[in-house]
Design a protein around this ligand. Structure first.
Ligand code: NAD
Length: 435
């Protein structure tokens, strides 16, 4: 099949590369000259494991191209997948400016009979708006077929998830275009849920809000565990083995972040308000998450009294391991709060430092290794559980610090590993500190 993908971000690029990998001819379009130049040179503008290998392999096989020209990209494309960003507005609703702009950019070049697939996460009813917009651009040649096909990949394993999805959701009232999209994905052998466009749009928001709520629930259980002297890791294990509950997303930590959960949860809440459907549970999910991001700073304030002139080493900027993405990362709230408390911050992340510099500028120092970050620090904050951070030997860490104090927001070390390290003061999440 000949496929065009509009937007080469985390979702668009993963989709384009993986559809080429399963044999389709794909052309990816982006308005960013910088991204397209990098991609044409076989370089991925984002960090995702396995991305560059598949990128170069499929470019060499002549199944994958990149362009900034909507005209060039849409010529002869049977399927046009839209994967541009839908960020959060101040009101909490999704901002559809990029989506409608992409449709407007594409409209003059869409060939008769092509199918427009909306992969971006969009509020219920948006696919219908896109259809009306295309009809308004008219010229009677533009296809009115619009299919909702939300994406569920996780950053950090985007390529793997795109090639092995738990399910593919296809939302369209018309059977023919839905069948074409099902055929496009057939080589993936995935379970397919076919439904109407509104339900497909809702599946995406309901899934993300449910996962965010599961995280906030276990975070609150963790806080209660600390108060009553229980251990949240054992509690999670005991709960997660129940198949009705499941172990995924049941680890207590310092809150969810990223480009999806925060904005999708708030967009769902905005929809509930618009339709006057009470959904205070979602508000609570958000409030718990906001509080949780500040937990390490609160623990440090309890320990030190105040943080003025304390040197804090922050390990990890990214919102989770295996990505350079810092959108809504807990590190942002934590570092700003540390600076407000008068601490000096030095941070380290294996891949997200470039993005961190864009956010914090010269307000903090940047280390190129864990060793450089922790040297002479008063405390270490573990914020992202990168493998290289989880593999640290705590006795070696504290030997380089001014004071042997570790606040671990991701429970990265076993109790045994901590107890092996005699002088340490170790403050985890949801279980007793080891002092
Ligand atoms: P992103 O910000 O990484 O990428 C969006 C890309 O679209 C950018 O490269 C931008 O230059 C490009 N773009 C904007 N307007 C354009 C236009 N008119 N023509 C061509 N290109 C244009 O976004 P993302 O993280 O890939 O997310 C895309 C959508 O997928 C969002 O709706 C998001 O909610 C959803 N989603 C994201 C994830 C994720 O993990 N990131 C997972 C599932 C769903």
């Amino acid at each position: 099949m000949r496929i065009a993908v509009i937007g080469t971000g985390y979702v668009g690029l993963s989709t384009g590369v993986c559809l080429a990998e399963i044999g389709h001819h794909v052309i990816c379009i982006d308005t960013s000259e910088e991204k397209i130049t990098l991609l044409r040179g076989g370089k991925s503008p984002i960090y995702e494991p396995g991305m560059e290998e598949l990128l170069t392999k499929n470019m060499e096989a002549k199944r994958l191209q990149f362009t900034t020209s909507h005209r060039e990209g849409l010529e002869k494309s049977e399927v046009i997948i839209v994967a541009v960003g839908t960020p959060q507005q101040d009101s909490g609703e999704a901002d559809l400016t990029y989506l409608f702009q992409a449709i407007q950019d594409a409209a003059p070049y869409i060939e008769k009979g092509s199918i427009i697939v909306i992969k971006s996460t969009v509020p219920v009813g948006t696919n219908e708006k896109v259809k009306r917009l295309l009809e308004a651009f008219g010229q009677n040649k533009v296809s009115p077929f619009v299919v909702s096909n939300p994406e569920f990949l996780r950053q950090g394993s985007a390529v793997l998830d795109t090639l092995n999805p738990d399910r593919i959701v296809i939302g369209c009232e018309n059977k023919e275009p839905a069948a074409v999209i099902e055929k496009m994905y057939a080589p993936l052998n995935a379970k397919v849920v076919k439904t109407d466009a509104r339900s497909a749009e809702m599946i995406k928001y309901a899934s993300n809000a449910f996962l965010a709520t599961k995280i906030s629930f276990i975070n609150n259980i963790g806080n209660l565990c600390e108060a009553v002297g229980a251990n949240v890791e054992d509690v999670s294990k005991g709960m997660g083995l129940d198949q009705r509950i499941g172990a995924a997303f049941l680890q207590s930590g310092i809150g969810y972040g990223g480009s999806c959960f925060p904005k999708d949860v708030s967009a769902l809440l905005a929809a509930a308000k618009e339709y006057h459907v009470p959904f205070s549970m979602i508000e609570e999910t958000m409030m718990i998450n906001n509080r949780q991001k500040l937990l390490l700073v609160k623990k440090a304030l309890n320990r030190f009294g105040d943080l003025k002139h304390k040197k804090i080493a922050v390990l990890g900027f990214a919102f989770k391991p295996e990505t350079d993405d810092m959108r809504e990362a807990p590190s942002i709230t934590i570092i700003h709060s540390l600076l407000n408390e008068g601490a000096s911050v030095i941070g380290y992340d294996p891949v997200a430092t470039r993005n961190a510099k864009g956010i914090f500028g010269e307000k903090i120092a940047y280390a190129t290794s864990v060793g450089e970050a922790i040297k002479e620090s008063d405390a270490v904050f573990i914020v992202t559980e990168w493998k290289e951070i989880k593999q640290l030997v705590l006795s070696e860490v504290i030997s380089q610090m001014k004071q042997p104090i570790v606040f671990d927001g991701r429970n990265s070390f076993s109790e045994e590993a901590v107890r092996d390290c005699e002088e340490i003061e170790y403050y985890p999440i949801g279980k007793p500190a080891i002092i």
